[in-house]
Ligand binder design. Structure first.
Ligand SMILES: [Zn+2]
Length: 312
């Protein structure tokens, strides 16, 4: 069941059941007087749940004016092309570098297929192209006046080279996409989502510096929900990002292959997750948000591409 929660004036959060699991993938709804914006509407497989939730919260899809994308990964934006059939009046806002992949998702699908293989359709469904006329490109430094808010667009590479966040300075609310890691409700643990192909640890660390400098009161994560106490949280996230990087680097230097590296990550992580109170259900949800093979592949590619000298 999808659930809708209201977080602050004009801000709702919809939990989209993903593969039967709640609180893994969600969409934020910003509602103003004449405008309604969705942030990261999710994959095609959760569209029915999204539409049902919007109805439950008494939002008519026809009146959605903006779809804001932090980035174009399928769990955030895979369903946008299809969704536009239900929201013909919505403009899709995406970082300039991400726009070509909305117009023609072929490369995006190829790249995701390498990670998800035969599970592509089950997880993400169809990925329809977005008509160019519906796309509005944005860049770092832009200001969006949307749904009665003033949102700053900040360019935040690291997780993806086309990632942006949206910051409402007045409300202190920062919509972080995947730039601030994965932290699921109920378990005090932060996990770096590091999919191939363009994870960049140095760029990500600079992004964390930027997020800290903005001093938001609350980070709204894509996976999943609000995090307060933002500065210590971001430092913990950076430590984990580096720690996993070191684990993968050491393993590569020791000549381990991808499968062995995946196992090393699991062995190092699961005991800590268990100590934090994670049960089998929680393991499954963390894995749906960011799985170990993807994590390992992203880091391996990063070291090979950015620091080949460390591997010889
Ligand atoms: Zn992502």
């Amino acid at each position: 069941m999808a659930t809708v929660s209201k977080h602050s004036p004009g801000l709702w959060h919809i939990s989209l059941p993903f593969q039967g699991e709640p609180e893994v993938i969600g969409t934020y709804v910003l509602a103003g007087k004449d405008e309604i914006a969705l942030i990261d509407p999710g994959p095609e497989t959760t569209i029915e749940a999204l539409l049902a939730s919007l109805q439950e919260a008494e939002f008519n899809p026809q009146t959605i004016t903006h779809i804001l994308l932090t980035h174009i990964h399928l769990d955030h934006a895979g369903g946008v092309g299809t969704l536009l059939h239900h929201m013909p009046n919505a403009k899709v806002y995406v970082y300039s570098k991400g726009a070509p992949h909305l117009k023609d998702p072929t490369k995006l699908i190829t790249s995701a297929s390498r990670v998800y293989k035969e599970r592509m359709q089950e997880l993400w469904g169809n990925v329809e192209a977005v008509p160019a006329a519906n796309i509005q490109t944005i860049d770092g430094g832009d200001i969006l006046n949307v749904a009665g808010r003033r949102l700053e667009v900040h360019y935040t590479p690291g997780h993806a080279s086309h990632h942006v966040v949206f910051y409402d300075v007045h409300a202190g609310e920062l919509f972080a996409g995947d730039a601030a890691g994965v932290h699921l409700p109920g378990i005090d643990y932060v996990r770096p989502p590091t999919p191939p192909p363009d994870v960049d640890i140095e760029a990500w660390s600079a992004t964390i510096d930027l997020l800290k400098k903005l001093r938001p009161d609350v980070l709204y994560l894509a996976h999943f929900g609000p995090v307060r106490n933002t500065i210590p949280y971001l430092e913990r996230f950076r430590a984990q990002l580096f720690a996993w990087g070191d684990i993968v680097l050491e393993a590569l230097q020791a000549g381990k292959n991808e499968e062995e590296i995946i196992q090393i990550l699991i062995d190092k992580t699961e005991p800590e997750l268990k100590r934090k109170g994670a049960d089998a259900e929680a393991f499954k949800r963390y894995d749906l948000a960011t799985n170990y093979p993807m994590t390992a592949q992203g880091y391996i590619r990063y070291w090979q591409k950015k620091h080949p000298e460390r591997l010889s």
